[in-house]
Design a protein around this ligand. Sequence first.
Ligand code: T4K
Length: 382
Amino acid sequence: MQIITIQNEPFDQPIYVTRPILPSLDRITEKLQEIWDSKWLTNNGPQHSLLESKLVNMLNVPYLSLFNNGTIALITACQSLRLAGEVITTPFTFPASPHVLTWNNIKPIFCDIDPVTMNIDANKVESMITPQTSAILGVHVYGTPCNVIKIQEIADKYGLKVIYDAAHAFNVEIDGVGIGNFGDISMMSFHATKLFHTVEGGALMFKDPNLKTRIDFLKNFGIKNEEEVVMPGINGKMNEIQAAIGLVVLNYIEDERNKRKALISKYKECLEYVPGIKLLPENSNCTNSYQYFVIRIEQEIFGCSRNYVHEKFKEYNIFTRKYFYPLCSDYPCYKQLPSASSVNLPVANAISQQVLSLPLYGELSTYEVEKICNILLEIRGK
Ligand code: T4K
């Protein structure tokens, strides 16, 4: 790596792992005025309908239902497919993924991950199927797609449903096909920390038109009309203010993506050849979500541990995140499960000790990225 001599003083302002797109307040106020004029604040209003149709086109999916957040969306996805018993999933994810199973009275069965993609290892899924298995819940970690072909083959062979947690995979396409076309249902999160956000929010995407009716009932208490409540639903509705903010944020996505692309190039230029630093592999047949920039630190080669780097960065006012450490299988609520044993999850256990999400958001400059990389090397040297 070419080290440009920079005085590695701490940053004046904290540098976080991410920052949300914040449209100008004028543009938000303009949009809010429409809501004020309509006096329609939630329950399938005009902003909601417009955002839903825009996202269907943009994400290239047959059907999409908006939600108040990604977790409620995923809980509803399990309900809509009537999942029960056991669901095979990954331990290398955000707590929401296994928790939605527990909230549906389903036992998560943890499967180890692929050492390259860090997603559920499709070659190990089949051996974990039991008569109680109803589905596979894959997570497209950092926006890298799971092995969707192999997972579907297994699901078809055993009559299982497939759900994807695509929280990180906004607008990702595999060979030009929108990520929401794979499996039975995919969930996206529109949380403030996501590239596209509605402050809090999320969506389910699917191909079956019957699911659209069922999911829309389920997210609105099961209400069909004034006289009929047809199923035990929940309140999962996205409100008009969330939807309006999403509509404004959509205008900033392309610019944000381009900025993040340039920052990722800079990170790669600085870190590609550093011994002990592993970058995520490029996938030529799918698009990048530009959601996270993650490195793996191999302690023996790099010279110090991921945890040491994470702590030391704070002294420079840099706040990285260990997505995903600890593994979900190590949470007190899951660690007693036989599938949670570290013997069953060697790859996930090793990788969760190595990963570090570095700051990535459009407001960062390439100079700041260069400085972060220089600090990383300085930390190793100390
Ligand atoms: N599945 C997966 C795979 C997920 O990653 C997630 C969410 C879900 C499901 C659930 O979707 P939702 O129900 O959330 O829609 C954050 C997010 O809260 C969470 O949505 C996200 N994954 C996860 C990966 O990241 P934390 O606990 O790391 O967030 P927090 O508050 O520490 O924020 C991280 C940094 O972002 C802060 O240090 C500064 C910056 N930030 C954050 C917020 C909230 C801002 O600059 N402004 C903000 O408003 O979980």
